[in-house]
Design a protein around this ligand. Structure first.
Ligand code: TRP
Length: 338
């Protein structure tokens, strides 16, 4: 039996090269050796965007198109939409009893997000509680492995605390602890060189970008402002073009030679950017073409099937949870039928 792996994305925008190196590539690899679930975390996204639901609605299918375009195969990975599985929300209700307010307020990732959003004293309770809902996502599928970035470690820690507390209080072993799989690749810097590539900072190259846009974005990349003439020595550290070549150009030896030459002087930004542009065009063309070949109806059908499958698994876990608490008043026989 394959181990279950679960990941999720908040569907707040199209996916970009940062996602490709940060999570998508490893999902494509993992789908062969894991029973992989990939969730469109629209409920979680709404804790942040409840006033702009259309943004989330519009992006669900966009993100699924990105998944399929990079090679996530719906026959190998179960792609599903969080909001269509009310069992997850139900689990959250039972888990909320096991987590103190103080515990939620101490979550470092949530704390940073609250500061960023300037919620002040009026933090929406839904937002504060989203880590509990994430524990439901993880435990509903009995995920053993959760591939995430470092900022998600507090969520997995909380999820495991809930698992232990639930199993102890209700004398059961129906919930399973999970382990984070930290992605090895470092975060991809934005084209401005300032922070990580992100939609909100408008400094990312999207999987759906047209050849012209890709070219423009490469042209606009931050290099070394002190490198004026080709003969000037240039700085490699902090140079976005080299960061992207490191991430996407396979010839490592060639890159180290280029770095040496750039540092000594004699290698121009234009040459370098043209190499990167060719590299990214080659990488993104098949992805974009696959993306364009997908239609809305097929995408909906794919996530409908995935959601049905995910729902039956979540339903089973919810049944076990309610049985452990003792509140399956009417459907005791269900345990035989599923
Ligand atoms: N919090 C995750 C993020 O912002 C998304 C997410 C929701 C998730 N539920 C999850 C990730 C369960 C892993 C497992 O990226």
């Amino acid at each position: 039996m394959k181990k279950v792996a679960l990941t999720g994305d908040r569907p707040t925008g199209n996916l970009h090269l940062g996602h490709l190196v940060g999570s998508l590539k490893s999902r494509v690899e993992m789908q062969n050796s894991f029973d992989q679930y990939i969730m469109l975390a629209d409920v979680q996204a709404l804790t942040d965007y409840f006033e702009k639901p259309q943004k989330i609605v519009d992006n669900v299918l966009e993100v699924i198109a990105d998944y399929l375009a990079v090679g996530i195969d719906p026959k190998l990975s179960t792609i599903f939409i969080q909001s269509q599985i009310p069992e997850l929300s139900e689990l959250t209700m039972y888990y909320m009893n096991l987590v103190s307010l103080g515990r939620l307020e101490r979550n470092p990732t949530v704390k940073a997000e609250i500061a960023l959003r300037k919620f002040g004293e009026s933090v929406p309770t839904g937002f504060l509680c989203y880590p509990i809902s994430q524990a439901s996502d993880i435990t509903a599928f009995k995920a053993e492995v959760v591939p995430v970035g470092e900022d998600q470690l507090p969520m997995i820690e909380l999820s495991n605390e809930i698992v232990r507390k639930f199993n102890r209080i209700y004398h059961t072993d129906c919930l399973k602890e999970s382990a984070a799989h930290l992605s090895k690749t470092t975060r991809l810097v934005g084209i401005d060189g300032k922070a990580k590539a992100s939609k909100s900072l408008n400094n990312a190259i999207f999987l759906s970008d047209s050849p012209d846009i890709i070219k423009q974005k490469v042209q606009a990349m931050y290099t070394d402002p002190g490198h004026v003439k080709i003969s000037d020595p240039g700085t490699v550290k902090g140079n976005v073009v080299f960061a992207y070549l490191d991430a996407f150009y396979d010839e490592e030896e060639e890159i180290s030679l280029l770095k040496k030459k750039y540092a000594q002087g004699g290698l121009g930004d234009t040459t370098l950017k043209s190499l990167l542009n060719d590299t990214l065009q080659k990488l993104l063309q098949p992805i974009r073409e696959k993306r364009e070949s997908l239609n809305k109806k097929d995408l909906l059908q794919i996530c409908f099937c995935g959601t049905q499958k995910a729902k039956s698994v979540a339903k089973k876990t919810l049944f076990e949870v309610k049985s452990a608490i003792g509140i399956n008043f009417f459907d005791k026989n269900l345990s035989d039928s599923n």
